[in-house]
Design a protein around this ligand. Sequence first.
Ligand code: AMP
Ligand code: TRP
Length: 332
Amino acid sequence: MNRIFSGVQPTGNLHLGNYLGAIRNWVKLQKDYDCIFCIVDLHALTLPQNPDELRKHTREVTAAYVAAGIDPDACTIFNQSTVPGHSELAWLLGTLTPLGWLNRMTQFKEKAGKQKDNAGLGLYAYPVLMAADILLYKATHVPVGEDQKQHLELARDIAGAFNRRFETDYFPLPEPQILGEATRVMSLRDGSKKMSKSDESDYSRLNMTDDADTIAQKVRKARTDPEPLPSEVDGLAGRPEADNLVTIFATLAGRSRADVLGEFGGKLFSEFKGALVDLAVATLGPIGAEMRRLTADTAYVDAILKRGAERAGEIGARHMNEVKDIMGLLRP
Ligand code: AMP
Ligand code: TRP
């Protein structure tokens, strides 16, 4: 059976982009693949984190997976730092990764900011750790949002470099799965920026834990332009905020954008936003409530993570031994 690996960083403010771009797609895939869903706490540490918050957010992401419909009995759910193979394999793969490949990574450039010399080695090596996450389990498919595409191409390149160097076909080249229409959900305040956990304005995003009133307020305040909605998809060109809201609506409703515009074309945003509030409350509301309930049940969440860590740890340990043998690392 083909294997899926994917992950979310426990950095707080899980939002609609994480849900539509990633987690919701995983729910559909769990029947057809052996699925491993990770909470990538080592990746979170590439930027400063408060230890208590990191623990809290690790449980919160676990709760989000389960609340969104991922079955902890059918899938492996665990936090990255519990399986030593991630860090270990990242080191080994780092020895095969040219700096030139890392220097192309746009996310590093965004996160490092202007003072590159102050950025940490961990942030620079982030994509190598991500390649290790995937390859440690010999995953074949990786469902993510559009912003991770470049990192996945690098993971494929690193897998290829290993296979060539050691004249083997040990690592499968992982396939990105960038699914659905909402592969890049944009900020509600600025249609040119992606919706992000780190945006300082909470009005830029719908959080997975927002209650009905908050969802309604944020949607009503979302930036739009003064024109009514177009009747055709082509009419969304050059109107990023309109495009974003229509895409969100279509994805939440499981309809095409053309179909949504067939209904709302020519109407004012005030009317469309009213319908979007109802839809968002109906779809996100129950998930948020379940997330809050599960997050409070620490024992239940920790039991899921413990079970997941055992299963992931077994696979990881087996593969690490194989990799060490291939690379010539003696295991006396
Ligand atoms: P992160 O929040 O960076 O840990 O991302 C976790 C997952 O959510 C990854 O698969 C991302 O590609 C996806 N994701 C994050 N932000 C967005 C967004 N604005 N639109 C679509 N997918 C997103
Ligand atoms: N870098 C990913 C993100 O920020 C999270 C991640 C880490 C990941 N390791 C992964 C995603 C492995 C898929 C596979 O969104």
